[in-house]
Design a protein. Structure first.
Length: 77
């Protein structure tokens, strides 16, 4: 995969904010996996978070949450 360009950069609610087509190696899914695991753990601990923050295009986190963690309501919760 090294040296190739990504064919797509993933969904906004699951990708690292710095992700570009130039980022394409064996670690491309690490951030997505970590954010999914964190969201599932948060939902398991407090299921009402799904009702408040969940959506069709995300589990809990949106692109804006990743862009500025200090302003993220779900991170604060």
């Amino acid at each position: 995969m090294k040296g190739q360009k990504a064919r797509e950069i993933g969904s906004p609610g699951f990708r690292h904010p710095s992700r570009t087509v130039d980022v394409y190696d064996e670690h491309i899914d690490d951030f997505s996996i970590a954010s999914i695991a964190l969201a599932l753990k948060a939902i398991a601990l407090k299921s009402v978070q799904w009702n408040e923050f969940g959506g069709n295009d995300k589990l809990l986190f949106s692109e804006n949450d990743f862009l500025d963690l200090s302003k993220s309501k779900v991170i604060t919760e």
